[in-house]
Design a protein around this ligand. Structure first.
Ligand code: CTP
Ligand code: MG
Length: 222
């Protein structure tokens, strides 16, 4: 049994929209609704829990909880409302181009690998990535052939995610994704090739890009 958690409680400071990012309109609907719709199209999910900013009403068909101060805290609060399940899918509301096919593929990858604690959507990096020191000088050029940019959805064995989240608040605040917490705890995380269309809306430019991609998708499958 799989439960999906959508974290949507961030303030969206970098988007500068004057309201929480999850509520910003994208092709006529709130950003968070696109992830809800994609996950509701999957038959295999037991429940969808959404972590929202305080005072935001629950969208139809989901369990809503109030999010926390940092992302992992929102994950932890949503997990507490998940009920019984073996697998937990975590999705950022900031990735509205999620497809049911991608979510299904990440769940299937974890189900197929008994040794793995988590499976995460990711794409090979296309830019050359350099590490830069505090003085602004390059200290290292990383081997691009081994680098993947990770996305959501990320799917976890519930026990592994619970263990990973049981760390002190400082470590929790540092985590930009939950898989990192599982890696730190010695867990095995596998990647599932995704599409670069599954972009994260962080800046106003990302929102424009997402709007173009969603409109194109709607023209193909209205
Ligand atoms: N998130 C959350 N609770 C928080 C912080 C973030 O649920 N306390 C969620 C966001 O809603 C988003 C996802 O985590 O769906 C990824 O975070 P990010 O893209 O950083 O969103 P924001 O924190 O809202 O944006 P910013 O950092 O620009 O303020
Ligand atoms: Mg943030």
């Amino acid at each position: 049994m799989t439960v999906a958690l959508i974290v949507a409680a961030g303030s969206g400071e970098r988007l500068r929209a004057g309201q929480p990012k999850a509520l910003v309109e994208l092709a006529g609907r709130p950003l968070v609704q696109w992830s809800i719709d994609a996950l509701q199209a999957l038959d295999s999910l037991e429940r969808i829990v959404v972590a929202l900013p305080p005072g935001v009403p629950a969208p139809a068909g989901v369990t809503a909880v109030e999010g926390g101060a940092v992302r992992s805290d929102s994950v932890r609060r949503a997990l507490a409302a998940a009920g019984a399940c073996e697998l937990v899918l975590v999705q950022d509301a900031a990735r509205p181009l999620l497809t049911p096919e991608l979510a299904g593929a990440v769940i299937a990858a974890l189900e197929a690998d008994a040794e793995a604690d988590a499976a995460i959507a990711a794409v090979p990096v296309t830019d050359t990535i350099k590490a830069v020191d505090v003085l602004g000088a390059v200290s290292e050029t990383l081997d691009r052939s081994r680098l993947w940019a990770v996305q959501t959805p990320q799917v976890f064995r519930r026990s592994a995610l619970e263990r990973a989240l049981a760390v002190d608040p400082e470590q929790l605040a540092q985590a930009t994704d939950d898989a990192w917490l599982v890696e730190r705890a010695g867990g095995r995380v596998i990647v599932v090739p995704a599409s670069d269309e599954n972009l994260k809306v962080t800046t106003p430019m990302d929102l424009r890009m997402a709007e173009l991609l969603i409109q194109a998708r709607l023209r193909q499958r209205p």
